[in-house]
Design a protein around this ligand. Structure first.
Ligand code: BG6
Length: 460
């Protein structure tokens, strides 16, 4: 039997991401009876209260919710081994059974939990263990290394799953299919043909109720260190030996290690101010009045390797922008222009390959074509594919896929210790740049178009 323990069972992450993922899985009839899902937390909850909390968190969805009747709640305190021993005894967990510990809790608690679970592993050697960590894993290279070392004393890397939920998104996984399952793109993806790559992760939403977390984290550690660097690695890495976890992670690791240390001139840091009825960051509940935490960053990254040397990678990510959108845009160099036309609208444009991660799950390529009629008026047109049109469905949620993979012990979509450390090495150096150390913030109005934020900067 597998026991899937959600620690932090009443918290924001469990309510907004994990229960919807369970509901989606159970709607497809997966894992019923083979895996016992158990919510765990410090607070006392009766089974009924807990099940009601899960039901309430799924209120707006129309999935079948009868799986909730089989969800259990246990009160656990990781400061002491006793409550965990009681749980193992009460559930009669035996040799060969597996316990998955999913840490949907603040990262400050990770260290304590690892110590306690190491003791448990010593005592119950015949049980199988899986430890799942939500991001952020560490807050800099020193803390991430300390966690990795602490884990390595008692657990094997195969037992450790570090989550970056972006990797669970169908559109992110499709990057590998697109690059290595087609002959037509891969030969062009290098500095001979590509002029630049842009990775944009823009959000209309602010920080909601997460001031305490976000003010200590900022957008650099919340989104750039993980979601964006992982996306960047997938779009630029070399072909793996095989499509298997270790080989894919080897290649991502190489890219993260090849990122050129950033220069201050290549960074714009921003924080949103009020606009109309939209609050400023400083007015959000729980944000300290003088906070200098960044809610936006734009930077130009470079990869120092043969394939990508001197190709700029423009990264831009922020909260409270005019639109919610995540995308990768690969702009190809201009080819020799045979078709130059007096009318500007009739000239060929640079080809672009756009991988839209969300909200549109789509890939398109702009090519130049002749406008019908007399003369040679050339205009860009779109060759595209959307998930909905091609497969008749939108893709499943990222967490649904990740939970499935954890249960099935597939680590391809999880981050290895060395990758996490390479990402922190890059981000730690970035944080040491003057722009960031001195908090040279650009203030943008809530709801701004991210392209205008760059303009503000260029006018300063
Ligand atoms: C999380 C960040 O990891 O990703 C949030 O902590 C962000 O700040 C979220 O809003 C974005 O992910 P998604 O999948 O909801 O777009």
């Amino acid at each position: 039997m597998t026991y899937f323990i959600i620690t932090g069972a009443t918290g924001d992450l469990a309510r907004t991401k994990l229960y919807p993922a369970l509901a989606e899985m159970f709607s497809y009839g997966q894992y019923i009876g083979e895996t016992q899902f158990i919510g765990a937390g410090r607070k006392p909850y009766t089974q009924e209260e807990y099940q009601q909390l899960v039901r309430d968190s799924l209120g707006i969805h129309d999935w079948k919710l009868d799986f909730i009747d089989n969800l259990h709640y246990i009160q656990l305190d990781f400061d002491t081994i006793l409550t965990i021993q009681n749980f193992i005894r009460d559930y009669d967990i035996q040799k060969g059974d597996r316990i998955i510990w999913y840490m949907a809790i603040p990262p400050q608690a990770f260290g304590n939990i690892i110590t306690t679970l190491s003791d448990i592993k010593q005592q119950y050697k015949d049980i199988e263990y899986t430890l799942v960590f939500e991001k952020p894993f560490g807050s800099d290279i020193i803390s991430a290394k300390a966690l990795n070392n602490q884990l390595a004393e008692s657990f094997r890397e195969e037992e450790i799953y570090r989550i970056d939920h972006y990797l669970g998104k169908e559109t992110i996984q499709n990057i590998l299919a697109l690059r290595f399952g087609n002959t037509m793109f891969e030969p062009l993806l290098n500095n001979h043909y590509v002029e630049s790559i842009s990775i944009n992760v823009w959000e209309e939403r602010g920080i909601n109720e997460r001031a305490e977390y976000f003010d200590n984290t900022g957008i650099i550690k919340d989104i750039l260190q993980n979601h964006i660097l992982q996306t960047l690695a997938l779009i630029t890495m070399e072909a793996p030996v095989a499509m298997e976890a270790e080989y894919i992670r080897d290649e991502k690791h190489k890219i993260l290690n090849s990122l050129r240390p950033i220069q201050s001139k290549d960074i714009i840091l921003g924080q949103y101010i009020s606009s109309g009825d939209k609050k400023s960051y400083l007015e959000e509940t729980g944000v300290p009045t003088e906070s200098k935490t960044e809610t936006y960053i734009a930077l130009t990254a470079y990869i120092d390797n043969l394939r990508w040397e001197n190709t700029p990678i423009y990264i831009s990510t922020g909260k409270r922008l005019s639109e919610t959108k995540a995308e990768i845009r690969i702009k190809f160099k201009q080819s020799f222009n045979y078709f130059s036309h007096i009318d500007e609208g009739c000239n060929p444009q640079q080809n672009e390959l756009v991988i839209s991660i969300q909200p549109n799950e789509e890939v398109y390529y702009t090519v130049n074509a002749k406008f019908p009629g007399k003369g040679m008026c050339i205009q860009p047109v779109k060759l595209n594919f959307t998930y909905e049109e091609s497969f008749g469905q939108r893709s499943q949620g990222a967490y649904t896929r990740l939970i499935q993979d954890i249960i099935e012990q597939d680590q391809s979509l999880f981050i290895r210790a060395d990758e996490i450390e390479a990402a922190w090495n890059y981000v730690d150096a970035l944080i040491q740049s003057n722009t960031i150390k001195e908090r040279q913030l650009v203030f943008y109005e809530a709801g701004s178009n991210p392209n205008d934020i760059k303009l503000i900067q260029s006018m300063v």
